[in-house]
Design a protein around this ligand. Sequence first.
Ligand code: HSE
Length: 309
Amino acid sequence: MIRVYSPATIGNISVGFDTLGIAISPIDNSNFGDIVEIKEHKKFEIKNIGKFSEQLPVVFTENIIWKCWKYFCKKINKKISVLITLEKNMPIGSGLGSSACSISASLVAMNEFCKKPLSKKELLNIMGRLEGEISGNIHYDNVAPCFLGGLQIILQSKKYISQSIPYFKNWKWVVAWPGTNVSTSKARKILPKRYKLHTCIEHSRNLAGFIHSSYSAQQKLAISFIKDIIAEPYRMKYIPGFLKMRKNLKKEGSIGFGISGSGPTIFSICNNTESANSISKWLEKNYLINNQGFVKICKVNNKGTVIKR
Ligand code: HSE
């Protein structure tokens, strides 16, 4: 039996819509992602377990694992008879790369099971396509960090899909999921089809500035570029009290704030444990809507998807 773990991710990081993504793990090193197990079986079968398995579609052919299996078998030109158990630990439509977790874990598990017929690049390519089927557009800012770990910049060129870039190791990433769901495909449909020239220029400046600051290890400068002028103005309506929350969290020590992926999870960056704890407390008190919601203090996960022996 093979067991694979894939971590949660923050897509966009405000400044890099569809272009930047980071893999995260709680500072206490607990699991914060999906787990897939694969073993030989008389026929192809899926078993869903885990806290959020009830959120998965009931129709078999709509299950993400079925889609991954179909794509993988087509690619290797062979139908594999396996039992895949998905431990669905990430809430669906939360903005924490839940689908990327299931996609990455199941593809890596199948590839390992078949003795690695596909290269890393081929796997990543399929992951992006599958993510596209689910959300309406191919985007790699969740699957790439989920699979490869660290902070990834999506290049989407023929030769290079994604590359790792340096990140600030002292930053803590506090994420809060209120307990409600937003569909990525819907959150993409509300965005404009065209943007004004000055918006495009400012966006390029912010993203370039962030990358430059990351390479030159200038933290304050990097933080000053964590701004979202592409999606946030349209998506913040899904997040009650968004602007007020940004102000309040600043008082608790937050140095950067934004929507994680397409929301409703929000992320807040800080650079010390004390602030991380006050931010976390504030969010628990003011942002969680039901008892499913959670707040996690995270660091960067630089391993990505791993096979657990
Ligand atoms: N870049 C994607 C979006 C991430 O914002 O639509 C989705 O999690």
